[in-house]
Ligand binder design. Structure first.
Ligand code: 8X3
Length: 255
């Protein structure tokens, strides 16, 4: 594999995935809403001897998403690895009190964009006889929790579409994987709580969550398996977490 396209590349897990994949020798198309935050990442990746293409794209803009392949220069057209990383949750309202505009933003980013990007890039992978789609899911897609209906549904959809895509591609060399983390310290909770940093900090209080690097290394491991090895689903939790419902806070007894 030579080229990866990573969404949500400007921060957190996506930014770290770009670094890890470049360290593994891949050229990087980095997709983000705004490209200013990609400048220093581009410097790092070019210093590794890899090519880097920043691409400004709002994944909720359906027309812009549809036009994406036309914006890729010819030498960047052969995307071998699609990493569907961009995603978000908004709010923790009960569904019956939810905000439909926020539902649209979450579902367009977490689900609809994946469909369009897969439709754009997987036919080329099949034609070239190589390729991989890695999508970021969540424990939330496996274990729904109160206040998370739309986010949990979007991640359940990601898992379902990854599983079905693997079936659609079973007679090809193209591989599919869903990487599903638990608690990761990123801007995720600040975004979910509409910028309330104190409330977001409580999510990670008295625990050692995963870091973006931990998740990126898992993605890098999935991407670097030999061509005959398909890691189809990978759940990655911090040691203090056993499920979406079970989190131990504070030191471990005896520690
Ligand atoms: C993020 C993890 O547990 O906050 O996907 O939903 S959780």
């Amino acid at each position: 594999m030579t080229m990866a396209l990573v969404t949500g590349a400007s921060a957190g897990i996506g930014r770290e995935i770009c670094r890890v994949l470049a360290e593994q020798g891949l050229d990087i198309v980095a997709v983000a809403r705004r490209t200013e935050r990609l400048e220093s990442l581009g410097g790092e990746i070019r210093a590794l001897g890899r090519r880097f293409l920043p691409l400004a794209l709002d994944l909720t803009d359906r027309a812009a998403l549809a036009a994406l392949p036309d914006r890729l220069p010819a030498e960047w057209a052969e995307v071998d690895l699609l990493v569907n990383n961009a995603g978000l949750a908004l709010g923790v309202d009960p569904l019956q009190a939810g905000n439909p505009a926020e539902w649209d933003q979450v579902l367009d980013t977490n689900v609809r964009a994946l469909l369009t990007l897969i439709r754009h890039f997987v036919p080329g992978m099949v034609a070239r006889g190589r390729g991989q789609v890695i999508s970021l899911g969540s424990v939330a897609g496996r274990q729904p929790y109160p206040g998370g209906a739309v986010y949990c549904a979007s991640k359940a959809a990601e898992l379902a579409l990854s599983r079905a895509l693997a079936m659609d591609l079973v007679n090809t060399p193209v591989r599919v994987c869903s990487v599903d983390p638990g608690l990761v310290q990123t801007e995720f909770s600040v975004v979910r709580f509409h910028g309330d940093a104190d409330r977001a900090a409580q999510v990670y209080q008295d625990i050692q969550p995963l870091t973006p690097r931990d998740v990126a290394e898992a993605v890098g491991w999935v991407a670097s398996r030999p061509a005959h090895v398909q890691v189809s689903e990978l759940v990655l939790l911090p040691t203090c977490q056993a499920s979406a419902y079970h989190v131990h806070r504070g030191p471990f007894p005896g520690a």
